[in-house]
Design a protein around this ligand. Sequence first.
Ligand code: ARG
Length: 478
Amino acid sequence: MTRAALDTPADRELFAVERSGAEYLNFTVPDSALRRQVAARLADPKLGVAPTMSGQTVIVDGSAPNIAKQLHAGHLRGLLLADALSRILRALGATVVLRNQLGDWGRPAAQVIRLIMETPFDTPRAGPNQLYQQASVRYRDDPAFAARVTDSLLRMQDEQEPEHTIWKTLVAESEREFGPVYRDLGLLATLQDFWPESLYRDMLPDVVAELVAAGIAVIQRSGAVVVVSAANPTRRLNVRSAEGAYRYAASDLAAIRNRLLESRPDRVLYVADNRQIDYFRQIFDTAERAGWLDQCTRAEHVAFGTVCGPDQTALASHRDGAILATDVLRQYSVPAVKFAYLSHERRHVIRMPLSRWTGRSGDDADYVLDALRRAERGAAALLPFESANHPMQFGTIGPASAAERQLVLRLDAFGAVVTHVGESLAPEHICKYLRSLAKDFSICVRSGFASGSDSAYAAALCLLTARTLRTGLDLIGV
Ligand code: ARG
């Protein structure tokens, strides 16, 4: 319970404090404080969410698929997590800057480009995932093809033809592919927030030179450039290949350098699968050694569990049976998809199909949305006009029931839950909270709100529940 509601001397006296075992003290909140809190919360448009992050700038590097493939059910997790976290940090007062590092500058793109180059002109083009699958199988099984891919990778990064033109087509096709999914999901991020790897291309030679000059990166005999971890020499970050192609880490190093030196954010969050934990540790470590990253900024990898198919292996576009994002969205409503993904503990694996966990107790999104509608209807029926902007005067109300007490304490906890998620970066706690609130509300409705209560008080509880559910759902983008 917030401090203010309890801070009158009368209430402090009314407080019953009881010792429970050796470690706990049980506080009993007096009914009067409970009800005063309902009125106070109704007058607070923030619903108790304190601006704990105001003044902070946070860059969210999220939802970063590779070009030349379709989004699958695994990508959805990163997209939705980055989206929910951005909304939550904004609600806490942070300025959130979205940066989606589209993977458009690496070997996977070059594989597809090469395959297109080697396919007779009049052969009908396969769909993006088929093409991607064929290219990666060929790359794996045919060393001569693999060598030509490397050649095309260098030419692509050097913007030579025909690679450059094909690359541009692939980027445009990918945007056409991703755009509708982003739109259907109602994500904050749009194609304008794509800051693809290729955007950093002009910085790459300087970044490598700077790291080499500082002795942080070394040029190996093969010509490859690697950063050897200071803590563990067996750990290395590949920056440039022996042939001179920039690797995945090169763009991330250029991006972090650019972000930190240009905009001095307070935090940079990278929302990516937990298979990249080691990778990001090395990126941050390198940025620190290079003096780009210091105490002023916190760089964090917001790692999430891999999304696996029914066979327990990670979904991948280059394998048969990848479950496409569009298939998931055809089968389930957007609220169901968002709630189902985000309810999962962030670090835990998710196993498809989605029905394994949307089906559990009915659909959680529906359950919460249904409680929201009932709360809205209840508020409208009991209180035909919105008097809630001035603290309400309730008539005489009998002693608080267990159900009322439970509901009011839950409503009161909203701000603390949001603050906690701002720290833990684990939106599953919002989902859990919303489910509990929906349940507490239902129980309270069944038990008739409060004994002998007037309709203004019942209306207040409905209105506050409706607002809290609505705001909570907004935080997860539902
Ligand atoms: N495109 C990468 C992949 O498909 C994920 C990108 C994560 N973000 C980053 N800045 N590296 O695995």
